[in-house]
Design a protein around this ligand. Structure first.
Ligand SMILES: [Zn+2]
Ligand SMILES: [Zn+2]
Length: 145
């Protein structure tokens, strides 16, 4: 998904669930680690963790967008828009936004490294290093994590 597609999606969710236009910018921020998104008080823009689109399905992304839009619309309406206010809790519940971003988990368990060229392989399952060699240089693989 591109930033432009995200922008369109946020605009759509805003109109559909809040009945109000989203007039600022929504972009992906790959530096966000554990949070699903962020509403920036200073410029009213919304940032979404790209991992949320890579590791979870669309409903999770929509839930996060709704959460950030609660901050957005409350803030623009003159409220603080903080999590612990009754306005935030009420609005979040009304639109069905997510309270927390899901934890981002690694989608691999094992890391192998080629002993010749150093290329790394991330795998969900263990691989038999006696049977499989590096796809690039045929070097031996070694389990490093
Ligand atoms: Zn929040
Ligand atoms: Zn190699």
């Amino acid at each position: 998904m591109t930033d432009l597609e995200l922008q369109r999606l946020v605009e759509h969710v805003s109109l559909e669930s809040f009945g109000k236009q989203f007039k600022h910018q929504a972009t992906f921020n790959s530096r966000l680690r554990t949070t699903g998104g962020r509403y920036r008080l200073a410029d009213h823009n919304i940032e979404i963790n790209r991992k949320m689109t890579e590791e979870f399905d669309r409903s999770v992304l929509i839930g996060i967008i709704k959460h950030e839009l609660c901050h957005y619309h409350l803030h623009l309406a003159g409220y603080s828009g903080k999590h612990n206010t009754p306005e935030f809790k009420q609005l979040l519940k009304a639109v069905g936004g997510s309270r927390y971003a899901p934890a981002v988990t690694k989608n691999y368990k094992y890391v192998y490294e080629c002993t010749e060229c150093g290329l790394k392989y991330h795998r969900k399952r263990k691989i038999d290093v006696r049977k499989y060699a590096c796809g690039k240089c045929r070097g031996k693989l070694k389990l490093i994590a």
